[in-house]
Ligand binder design. Sequence first.
Ligand code: C2E
Ligand code: CA
Ligand code: CA
Ligand code: CA
Length: 279
Amino acid sequence: LAGRSCYRIYSEEDDEKGRREHELSEALTVSLKTASDEFYVVYQPQYDLCSGQVVGVEALLRWEHPAFGPVSPGDFIPLAERRGQIHEITQQLVRGIMGDLRDARPALQGRPGLAINISARQITDARLGLAIGPLFDRIRELGWRPEIEITETHVMNLSDQCLETLRALREQGVGIAIDDFGTGYSSLAYLQNLPVQVLKIDRQFISSLGGQSGGSQIVTAILGIAEALDLDVVAEGVETQAQYEELCELKCQRGQGFLMARPQRWQQVQDIIADPYRS
Ligand code: C2E
Ligand code: CA
Ligand code: CA
Ligand code: CA
């Protein structure tokens, strides 16, 4: 009997979850068509860990629905992928960034990167180039460097056509990063054939740093791979001073995380870029 009632509780919860997902998905479809003001972009600075200089920003999409409130991209991106709406997501992202860049103060020294997240299955979508081409032109005009981030789990399954598109982007000077590195199954041989420059170490490995009992083996291993293949590394999800210091000791060049700056609106992020030690 207990087993049966347990079963009922779980299935009701599953129903509830399914219902919410369905509602969200319906709402997303409507919002993507009609309510572009519900979407906006936040930017998280990336730092050179030793100098403390901002070397780039990552653009992250936000969706604020009038009834559901703020919905996390961790929730709505998978819904959009399932419904084949990821192109519409990128359109909202591009629209948001283009609007923000209208109000852009002159860039600093160097060529800071402006990274966007791209789903692997989009790479061979002919519409992608049309959507990001003008954005990348604008980014270059401002003296910044366009970058894309692709999640590692998908990087293993890229077709030859995908690789070709990535190589073409690479030749146009677009930076290519593998996101969430360490969570997928990239082999060294495979990495060597990818036109990438940057590995972003997944947050789960950074969170194990800075404790008494090590936890740095995987980060050390990834840094070794990067060095062997002549790639840059970005540590993501740096939350504590101890993690920051250990990353510096391990000679990880770049980092991103709540310790230094949360993702924020363009206006604020420009203040940070101009004066990284403000807060
Ligand atoms: P991601 O690309 O791995 O982005 C990093 C996520 O970690 C962001 O979550 C960011 O806010 C969060 N984060 C940064 N620093 C810290 C930290 O120190 N601690 C913790 N706990 N979290 C930190 P967000 O913005 O919720 O995005 C989640 C995911 O959604 C992203 O993961 C990315 O895969 C996807 N995403 C976001 N925007 C877009 C987009 O425009 N297009 C696509 N295709 N995917 C997107
Ligand atoms: Ca990313
Ligand atoms: Ca990531
Ligand atoms: Ca992620």
